[in-house]
Design a protein around this ligand. Structure first.
Ligand code: RP5
Length: 163
């Protein structure tokens, strides 16, 4: 089990195709991260150990992605007071609506910051984690502002006809 300031976990290796999008903003912004598989259903003991140790191992934010009956983010949030950002991974039959509702409908008293379904949600989870760390890190906050400005500058008013 590996830990970093931002630790990304997912329910299955099959989620990695989606969840690797969370690493992009973290890489661009120079935020330390690691990623691995923790399943609420298939490895429940690993989940409890991971969530129980995360804070003392120096983790600041956990990103948790899962699909279907996506209990991973909520179960991790139940075991730690660290902020948990949930990413609903698109599922084969219900296209991620099941994942979204499983993650977003938390009972009062245990919070998960739920993102959009799929890659955009995973990317924004990385961005949100960086923004959380930037509260106490002025250099990172500056890099975030530059990143935003670059994004704004890249949006042209002019329309382009694509062939
Ligand atoms: C969930 O079941 C995982 O998060 C994944 O999205 C989904 C399918 O997992 P695999 O059957 O591909 O391992 O637990």
């Amino acid at each position: 089990m590996k830990f970093a300031k931002v630790t990304i976990v997912m329910g299955s290796q099959s989620d990695w195709a989606t969840m690797k999008a969370a690493t992009l903003p973290l890489q661009e912004l120079g935020v330390e991260f690691t990623a691995g598989v923790v399943s609420a259903h298939r490895t429940p003991k690993r989940l409890a150990e991971f969530a129980g140790r995360a804070k003392e191992e120096g983790v600041k934010v956990i990103i948790a992605g899962a699909g279907g009956a996506a209990h991973l983010p909520g179960m991790i949030a139940a075991e730690t007071v660290l902020p948990v950002i949930g990413v609903p991974v698109a599922s084969r039959h219900l296209k991620g609506m099941d994942s979204l509702l499983s993650i977003v409908q938390m009972p009062k008293g245990v919070a998960v910051a739920t993102q959009a379904i799929g890659e955009a949600g995973a990317f924004n989870a990385g961005l949100m984690a960086a923004q959380m760390l930037a509260i106490e890190d002025e250099a990172l906050s500056q890099r975030l502002q530059q990143w935003r400005q670059k994004q704004t500058d890249a949006v042209s008013f002019e329309l382009i006809d694509e062939a």
